[in-house]
Design a protein around this ligand. Sequence first.
Ligand SMILES: Nc1ncnc2c1ncn2[C@@H]1O[C@H](COP(=O)(O)OP(=O)(O)O)[C@@H](O)[C@H]1O
Ligand SMILES: [Mg+2]
Length: 261
Amino acid sequence: MDEPILKAQSLVKEYGGSTGARVLRGVDVSLRRGELAALIGPSGSGKSTLLNILGLLDRQTSGRLQVDGVSTSELDDDELTALRGNAIGFVFQFHHLLSAFTVLENVYMPHYVAVGHVDDAMMARARELLSRVGLADLQRRKASDLSGGQQQRVAIARAFMARPAVVLADEPTGNLDTETADEVFDVFRALNTEEGTALLVVTHDPRLADRCDRIVRIVDGLIVSDETGRSQGPCRACGYGPCLAESCLRSADIPRPLLRP
Ligand SMILES: Nc1ncnc2c1ncn2[C@@H]1O[C@H](COP(=O)(O)OP(=O)(O)O)[C@@H](O)[C@H]1O
Ligand SMILES: [Mg+2]
């Protein structure tokens, strides 16, 4: 029942063979249904690399990854694609909507491509998701007509379309102003709770990380802290909130939680 939906053990990622950089240096992380976790860390620390491997968009150099009970290292590319389509939703910093298509088409398109047809249930699901992200009235508009925040809501609805077990989001509010980022995050969090999904979100925004159940911190390809049920005390290094400043993340305090107990 409480088995993790996603479980990574000793993940290593090297680019460019043995002479290249070791970007992930043995990452252990797991996610459970209903969980909302932030992944934070300095730029270049391996957040996107980790997300892409967890989301089956890229393969690890070594280490084990289980998604929904399936051990992924034994799967060929077609099987990985099928598992990704069934189990994983993605939201990127740039929404990657198809600008010539309508909002509604954008929500069901990846699912349509995966299964080869659209039925009434699928259309109803897409409409319902659009209404839950507050865009019921805009479903027939071209995606390119929407504001940045609206486009990111469409991308969120699209990510939940196939009822994935896990949604991975790489700086989903990174291009939005503060107020819009908060609204988009609220929508994201509500959908995650209602759908019982596991959501892992990469963010640089301390306010957003602070609203997650759990904060996983990665530095130089290693997870240096993983806090659940955090207290909301200030950063030990600078005294400001749950701080994500690069200077604090780089400080000698890194291996210990920056938050006061
Ligand atoms: N395709 C790639 N080939 C070689 N190096 C890469 C590639 N992708 C990322 N890297 C390197 O891996 C490190 C981590 O990158 P990334 O995962 O994008 O970090 P983050 O998302 O935390 O900013 C960086 O040093 C980056 O230059
Ligand atoms: Mg990144």
